[in-house]
Design a protein around this ligand. Sequence first.
Ligand SMILES: [Zn+2]
Length: 251
Amino acid sequence: MTELAYLSDGAAGYVRSFRARVTALPPGGIVLDRTFFYPAGGGQMADQGTLQPAAGPPWKVTDVTKSGAAVIHRIGRPAGSGTLTVGDEVEGAIDWGRRHRHMRLHTAQHLLSARIFSLTGLRTRKATMSGVRAEIELESTWPAGLVLEELDADVRRFLSPGRPVQIRYVPREEFERFPSARAGLVPLAPQVDPVRIVEIESADACPCGGTHVRDTGEIGPIALGSPSTVPGGASRISFTVGADAPPTPGA
Ligand SMILES: [Zn+2]
């Protein structure tokens, strides 16, 4: 079993390096007792980076996946003849540029889904993210009254000044009594308790196990694409965030 250390709170999403112990070595992979590497899931791509043993060259992490309760760090063999044994300690280092882009993109997705829901009552049924581009699939056709320029202006109000983004855990029973209004299209697995809620101040509260920035001011400008229709009565809208994070205000 791997402790998903990146989940605990908002600050855990900003941990770039950590120490952990090897608990298993499946073919082509390394399992640790805990990890801050995000395994692919929920529309968010996996982290990449390195695992450095006490001696020898680092092992490159090319992909991270979940397998039951374990997280497998898929690795490329290092140059030279590095070896690892169960029980060894390694230092993990996350490719921060890639991860932070995913955090900005993912938080932007929450915000955009929340604003579309607030303006039209339409929920997001699927979100996919890759690089600096994401796509949101809505449960219905694009509402005639939702003008792209107005949505764009609406979303900007929540980016500057930035709004705090917080993580909180609520008991499952409490979540069932007061569910997040825009969630519910994809049922939570029965064993999820407590429920991890990602909250953008005065904009959104939604269950999620991904990584997010701590303030929407970190996202930078969001560029909306044109909405399109999906066969079966749904619609999609794509968007991008800048390749680099915006400068920190006042810095
Ligand atoms: Zn999320």
